[in-house]
Design a protein around this ligand. Structure first.
Ligand SMILES: CC(C)(COP(=O)(O)OP(=O)(O)OC[C@H]1O[C@@H](n2cnc3c(N)ncnc32)[C@H](O)[C@@H]1OP(=O)(O)O)[C@@H](O)C(=O)NCCC(=O)NCCS
Length: 133
């Protein structure tokens, strides 16, 4: 089941994600979240940040390790794109993160370029998706 949630419900998952990816610093809450719930437990999340009326950044995508490879991340990305009012979606993924890049590609996002993260210096792949309907 997919539903909306607040920062308090996803905080643990987002911190786990930062730790797993070796991202330094403390995550700051996004504007909103969707979570995937199974048997009453929140096992995955995705966040978004509105960047004006046209653009939204997708962030804080995380699936608990024992629930991976079942398409949960793809469900969350597709649901976020469907439900949010923005027309242009952005996402960045650190270069070595193949699973995350595959998820975005499967959901119609296109890699449009690479740049160094101003914060960590690591190379980020920049993805975009344009909702035409
Ligand atoms: C990235 C992540 C969200 C994917 O979640 P998931 O629910 O397993 O994703 P899905 O099942 O929807 O799809 C996973 C895709 O990656 C592939 N994949 C899974 N593990 C992989 C691995 N170790 N190496 C390469 N590809 C892998 C799967 O085969 C699938 O692609 P396919 O459909 O072409 O076969 C999850 O691994 C995660 O939470 N990672 C840690 C946090 C993170 O990296 N978040 C993203 C930050 S941008």
């Amino acid at each position: 089941m997919v539903r909306t949630a607040g920062w308090e419900e996803v905080r643990g998952l987002v911190y786990a994600s930062f730790e797993e990816q070796g991202v330094g610093g403390r995550p700051s809450p996004a504007d909103g979240y969707l979570v995937y719930e199974e048997d009453g437990e929140v096992v995955a999340c995705i966040g978004w940040r509105r960047l004006g009326w046209l653009y939204t950044e997708i962030c804080h995508l995380y699936v608990m390790p024992s629930y991976r490879g079942r398409g949960i991340a793809k469900i969350l990305v597709r649901e976020a794109v469907k439900e949010l009012p923005a027309k242009v979606f952005l996402a960045t993924v650190v270069e070595w993160n193949t699973p995350s890049q595959r998820v975005l590609s499967h959901c119609g996002f296109q890699a449009v370029g690479k740049c160094p993260s101003p914060r960590t210096g690591r190379t980020l792949v920049v993805f975009t998706y344009v909702k035409t309907e």
